[in-house]
Design a protein around this ligand. Structure first.
Ligand code: KPL
Length: 308
């Protein structure tokens, strides 16, 4: 029996790939689950300045009986399709952990896999992927995972399973309840990501554009109005200064949304600003700045050519 629980990782993007590499380096033998057509070109994960890390991989199309713990690091927009491609491998006792930007995917996954235990998480790790299976680490952060069912107190065995994802270079913790952490990250993403697309700039550059700063402040007050209505003010009372600090800390980064838009990929606008706008509408709160950004990014995405 393995000393550590054994994880499969779905999503070979920058975070999924980096996490898989760090677990492999820690001797935890993770297995990547790749789309069948990607598997043919897969030879391992190339981590910048470290070289090739030979993480094992299987095809999502091949039924695999031993998937007990599945870490999903796909973009929120791709998650349901990716999980649906491997339904023959997902058993009722497979633990599914979603770590991604945005919110709303959890509800879709719960509906599709009603018998499974599903947890959610968020990370502040930085990394980008200049080419398939080539990952450039861009700053160590922390990953927090927990249950969105706040009534359920986590059994110690579950906490231990999640903490088996903790390894050197990828600090991971179980947090209960997780909702305030996910909501706070959503708020930060709403206030930074779409603006970096509007101004085509790095995160830190937003702070030097007076109009962007004013808009950032306006976005934050709309989010706070929604948060107040929902009773979700924990950890975001000073949202504007939190967002400013994150923009400073990640000043040199291109946000994930700007990277997606520039690469002609569908961004996570639907599960970031789109999610916020839908919740605001349900609460009867007006969010004109967020609504305008949501429409702007959707329109931009539709007019950009698709990647080859
Ligand atoms: O999470 C991010 C993202 O780009 O998606 C931020 C916090 C904006 C850092 O780049």
């Amino acid at each position: 029996m393995a000393e550590f629980p054994f994880w499969h990782i779905l999503g070979a993007g920058s975070i999924g790939g980096l996490w898989a590499a760090r677990l492999h380096q820690a001797g935890r033998a993770p297995v990547m689950v790749l789309r069948h057509e990607r598997l043919a070109e897969y030879q391992g994960l190339h981590i910048e300045q470290e070289g090739l890390i030979p993480v094992a991989a299987v095809s999502s199309a091949t039924p695999t009986a031993d998937i007990k713990r599945l870490l999903v690091c796909c973009k929120s927009t791709d998650t349901l399709a990716a999980l649906s491609s491997m339904t023959r491998s997902i058993q009722e006792d497979t633990l599914i952990v979603l770590v991604q930007n945005g919110m709303g995917t959890y509800e879709q996954v719960c509906q599709r896999f009603p018998a499974n235990r599903i947890l959610c998480g968020t990370t502040t790790h930085g990394a980008f992927r200049p080419a398939p299976f080539h990952i450039v680490p861009a700053g160590e952060g922390e990953t927090l995972i927990g249950s969105l069912d706040s009534s359920e107190h986590p059994p110690p065995s579950l906490t231990a399973e999640i903490e088996s994802l903790n390894c050197p270079g990828f600090v991971t913790r179980y947090v209960h309840p997780i909702l305030p952490t996910l909501w706070r990250k959503l708020a930060i993403n709403c206030a930074i990501n779409p603006l970096t697309v509007r101004y085509q700039c790095r995160n830190g550059e937003l702070l030097n554009i007076p109009r962007a700063r004013t808009e950032m402040a306006g976005i934050c007050s709309e989010i706070l109005a929604v948060s107040r209505a929902l009773g979700r003010m924990e950890g975001i009372e000073n949202l504007e200064s939190i967002v400013t600090a994150v923009a400073h800390q990640t000043a040199a980064n291109h946000s994930s949304m700007l990277q997606d838009v520039r690469a002609g990929r569908t961004s996570e606008i639907e599960s970031i600003t789109g999610y916020l706008c839908r919740i605001a509408q349900d609460c009867g709160i007006s969010t004109p700045l967020n609504n305008a950004l949501y429409q702007e990014i959707l329109t931009l995405q539709q007019t950009l050519p698709s990647p080859l």
